[in-house]
Design a binder for this molecule. Sequence first.
Ligand SMILES: Cc1cc2nc3c(=O)[nH]c(=O)nc-3n(C[C@H](O)[C@H](O)[C@H](O)COP(=O)(O)OP(=O)(O)OC[C@H]3O[C@@H](n4cnc5c(N)ncnc54)[C@H](O)[C@@H]3O)c2cc1C
Length: 508
Amino acid sequence: MGLSQVVGRLIGVREHVVDPGGGGAPRVPRPVTALVVGGGIAGMSAAVVLAERGVEVTVLEAAPHLGGRLGAWPEELPDGVQRNEHGFHAFFRQYWNWRSILRRVDPALGFLKPIPGYPILSAQWPTEEFGKLPPAPPANLLALLLRSPSLRLADLRSMDRDAALPLLTYDAVRTYAEFDERTADELLSSLRLPDRARAMLFEVFSHSFFNHEAEMSAAEMIAQFHFYLLGNPEGLAFDCPDEDYATAIWEPLTRHVEKHGGRVLTGAAAARLDRTPEGWRVAGADGDVWEAAHVVLAVDPPALAALVDASPGLAVAAPELVARMPAFGRPGPPYAVARYWMDGDVRPERAVFSGVSRQPTLDSVTLYHRLESEPRRWAERTGGSVLELHAYACEPDVPADELAARMLRELTTLWPEVADLRVRELRARVEAQAPAFTPGSHAGRPGVRTDAPGLYLAGDGIRTEFPSALMERSAATGIIAANHILRAEGAAAEPVRSIRPRGLLARR
Ligand SMILES: Cc1cc2nc3c(=O)[nH]c(=O)nc-3n(C[C@H](O)[C@H](O)[C@H](O)COP(=O)(O)OP(=O)(O)OC[C@H]3O[C@@H](n4cnc5c(N)ncnc54)[C@H](O)[C@@H]3O)c2cc1C
């Protein structure tokens, strides 16, 4: 533990035990069945915990491959098959629940390699470096203020410090009560930050949540500042797999679930859910039927709303869940991912991952040929490079190829050498599956428990009573769903951890 973490600990920046787990038999005392719909992080986290405790669990995944938004699949290129992925992911170090699932297949997490640095690129201002701050508050805040060219002491005097206080006083109940109706944009404007600090430090951060500031709840942004920066003892540095996600994560996790007696079915879409006297029946899109005592719906928000809509029996079995779906099922804005196989490389000093500030489309750049082994080998063989460009919250109704072309043009203004590279292959997608965190949405956000016995929800849009986001929220809600089933059946639950759910200056 470094000095900043020791100091942080003394003032309360530390791990928080949400659920100590335990409390029952190591395995369920009698046969228990469970179905998990969705084979992304949330569903597979639930399945891992259930299978280990002896529950007969079956995962139904609609796609031909596991992983959902962290999926990876073989892509035919003219010179051979390469794995493509749903998009680059940063595995932050306070993702303790997700990491505990991953430790099942690699106890030392050796496949996760630290990413050196995390620059923010801008056409207007010099690069800002995020990832090299001391990990814990208050040292990270002080370093940010002292080192950041975007925030001078004179700027702090012009800032509205009262308006900034909510960032330091996060409270899992009060923050939502006071700020959920306001937008992140209003909150940022009220800080009266210099434009450069706003662009380089705050906007890049809020974009990473797949929502526009003008349509995102201010409370949610305060919660995410707390989770990633102001209450996080592990810091903003992160790690990434050195193999594609199928090889590093999904294939080993599938073997783990199967070793414990579970089943993982791909190409198995759930089309309808019905209550039965013994539990639940799930009808598949191609006529298959599965039955179980418990069901975890671990699908993305639009898929959950569609499944609930196609299950008329839920109007009686789970009326509250049904009522929450119209608002919950509307996803955030579309996001775009474009992977480029190029005929040459960018300059050697370019970082593996860079955030981008204030470009109309482009939000991040990843150099896959300096990250994962297969693209690395491809680049060595061909003298080329593999780039991935992301836009986290883009304009609706723009085709993927057009977004990809815009992102590449914008990258050229930041890295001029890109203009000299020829695109050998491009795979571009635009999707809308991320949860929306619109102002006022917190009260209606469904939690893991539904109003129907034996029916649970998991995923990154599902409400938690402690700080969590993105991949970590998916894993945490998956584990919590499994814990509800295990406790109901008399088996020991799994521990759940988060950061302390109270800001540095929050009242008790
Ligand atoms: C481009 C991109 C970059 C990202 N970067 C980061 C990052 O750096 N750090 C981070 O923490 N998070 C990041 N995220 C967010 C992260 O990917 C998600 O939070 C997480 O993967 C969500 O997992 P999930 O299991 O909740 O949902 P999903 O991954 O959406 O899984 C749901 C699964 O359910 C399946 N399904 C849907 N309907 C049905 C049905 N009817 N029957 C059966 N199966 C069904 C889907 O096929 C899917 O596999 C990123 C996301 C994207 C898109």
